[in-house]
Design a protein around this ligand. Structure first.
Ligand code: 5AD
Ligand code: SF4
Length: 364
């Protein structure tokens, strides 16, 4: 049956649902192989790096699944000194990472906005304009997004988390500051300004159906998304969603395997449906399986985000439990990820931005 679907010239919603429902080992392998073949033909068997600097865990938001949510008092809050961020950027440049992602919890105050603006300018300058900069710092006004774009950032990541507004509502506090349609409007602003826009979802959330996941992929298409960063939901024990999942017995080894497999299937089906977008093989995959990120590349992903965050802060940036790479230094992460890429048979696009072909295809 899966072969029949894969022969369709264009997949419809039911096809996406059927592909995401596959569970037999041989069907899964056929699905992953088909997605890998599409990757080879469209974006190539090249993996691009986005050095990830998680520079602060202060956050005004209170997402019910996230370990650094505002109300988690057990987390020690940190800010990375400007010189340290610039030194990490220089290290990434010298190690030919091509591109950097600056990530933190969300803040919307002017001091934060101006700080990011200055950082982006300084990183552009120290790398002679060569390092690509992706920002991942949450919901902001269109004016703020524009200031950062004018400073030199050219990509922005903002996950929709789920395309189902009802499910979104169960995951975020209903205090009037966290609404699904605001996030969608932010994605539209980013597109208008000219960013390459990235979004994604969490996979295997309590209450999420296969139909929801198929709709997430349709959402990526409808929003004309260039880059996708998505990964399985992973429990953080000090969060309301994490505690609920544990109480309901939804965090057994079998459930974790199911979520992991769903994560790989989402990568594969997204690659088949949207052949020319960039898709990340995310760290959350590796939190559930030691070879998670390699398997993500084999299922069609073409982007890795080596962690460049200062080692002393890594244990304070835990969005979920069992996050890998917490005890490693940036040079260890570099060597480890290179070995992972080689094991898959892909090559590394060192020193290149590795922009999504999709972004340029629609400009032509
Ligand atoms: N499991 C998996 N992903 C998570 N994120 C936050 N908390 C978790 C979790 N418990 C993801 C969200 C957010 C991104 C920065 O991290 O999708 O957008
Ligand atoms: Fe803050 Fe992002 Fe965590 Fe939500 S997911 S609490 S916005 S860091």
């Amino acid at each position: 049956m899966i072969q029949d679907i894969l022969r369709h010239t264009s997949l419809n919603r039911q096809d996406l649902i059927d592909l995401l429902s596959v569970t037999q080992p041989e069907d899964l392998q056929t699905l992953y192989d088909a997605a890998y073949a599409v990757k080879a033909k469209t974006v190539g068997r090249v993996v691009y790096y986005r050095g990830l600097i998680e520079f602060s865990n202060r956050c005004i938001k209170n997402c019910r699944y996230c370990g650094i949510r505002r109300d988690n008092d057990e987390v020690e809050r940190f800010d990375t000194a400007r010189e340290d961020i610039l030194a990490m950027a220089k290290w990434s440049y010298e190690n030919r990472y091509g591109s950097l992602t600056l990530q933190s919890g969300e803040r919307q105050d002017e001091a934060f906005i101006a700080y990011i603006e200055g950082l982006v300018r300084d990183i552009k300058e120290l790398s002679h304009g060569e390092l690509g900069i992706t920002l991942c710092v949450g919901e902001q006004s269109e004016d703020t997004y524009r200031r950062w774009f004018d400073a030199g950032a050219h990509r922005y990541l903002l996950r929709i988390e789920t395309s189902n507004p009802d499910l979104y509502r169960t995951l975020h506090p209903q205090d009037g500051h966290h609404e699904w349609h605001v996030r969608k409007t932010c994605l539209e602003s980013l597109r208008r300004i000219g960013y390459q826009v990235g979004t994604g979802d969490m996979i295997g959330l309590p209450g999420q159906t296969i139909e929801d996941l198929a709709d997430d992929i349709l959402f990526y298409r409808d929003m004309d998304i260039d880059m996708i960063g998505m990964g399985p939901y992973v429990v953080h024990h000090q969060t309301p969603v994490g505690q609920y999942v544990m109480e309901q017995g939804l965090d057994s080894d079998e459930e974790k395997r199911r979520r992991f497999q769903l994560g790989l299937k989402m990568i594969a089906v997204t690659r088949l449906f949207l052949p020319d977008v960039n898709i990340a093989s995310t760290t959350a995959l590796q939190a559930l399986h030691p070879l998670g990120r390699e398997l993500g590349l084999k299922a069609g992903a073409n982007i890795l985000m080596p962690i460049v965050t200062l080692p002393k802060f890594r244990s304070q940036y835990l969005l979920y439990d069992n996050k890998p790479c917490v005890d490693e230094r940036p040079d260890q992460c570099k060597n480890c990820l290179s070995a992972r890429v080689v094991s898959v048979g892909d090559t590394i696009g060192l020193g290149k931005w590795g922009d999504s072909p999709h972004f340029f295809a629609k400009k032509e």
